[in-house]
Design a protein around this ligand. Sequence first.
Ligand code: GDP
Length: 308
Amino acid sequence: MFTVLAGGVGASRFLQGLAHATDPSNITVISNTGDDVEMFGLHVSPDTDIVIYALAGAVNPETGWGLTGDTFAVVDALQRYGYERWFNLGDRDLAMAIHRTRLLHEGVPMHEIVAGLTAAWGLQCRILPMSNEPIRTQITGPDGVLPFQEYMVKLRTETDVRSIAFAGIESAPPAPGVLEALRESEAVILAPSNPFVSIGPILAVPGIRDALAASKATRIAISPIIAGEVVKGPAAKMMVTLGHEVSAVGVARIYAGLIDVMVIDEQDRALAPQVEALGMRCLVTDTMMTSDERKAELASAVLSQVAS
Ligand code: GDP
């Protein structure tokens, strides 16, 4: 079994490749739920949904989130009743949120809900929320604390991130299956996701970091930073304001002690000795996932690192 710690867009691209490179029924995804948000009275799990839609081949390739060809009539219509329009939730995407919310109200645990959604989309892989309990990523900027989606979507990340907290995490155990997956997998892969707000919350769930540190799996991380820049999103800006070097080496330092292999891009080949000096192997390969072939090639290269 291969277990992947996953955020949204970067992770879902990698997972599409992995599902081509290996039998999808061998894949377990541990999904970040720190981005979850209550919108219009509905529970939305953006990262989990991106992964489901991407693996189902239904994600909008232009945005990396939402469903291809979705419309936005409901969020438009809600403005009449005074709702704000900053959070884009497509009409068909809302169906997922309605279903998830109803089940949560009935007391169904999140891991069962996600299993049902995964099956409804015909996926072979297993997707686990990092925890069944609510955990909310909060960003502290110059003007105070912001819920994650307000920072990400409403403010379009245009504020300095001074610190990040995960409200509720102390009393949020890992979801059933999470620790077993970390213990029993041949490989645990940290997707090329944001280290602070995608992988960070997963590792901060009590017990997960320790289980990963103790795991006999080959632990592999893929840098979301290529040539000192992100492909998309605020990870590089966060690295600056949180005092990290904006490079694949900076990412490797964050994961040092937890991983065996760091995967960096060809463009960063010169950084390999610095990565190896941190006590890990370094795989240099093409990590820009611009086509289905390149996604699958990256996944195959990653799997080639797994100890047999
Ligand atoms: P989010 O939760 O939707 O922001 O998604 P993630 O945290 O999973 O992914 C965001 C990260 O993915 C960003 O830091 C990007 O740099 C990274 N990313 C996106 N596409 C690629 C790619 O093709 N290659 C690599 N190496 N990183 C990527």
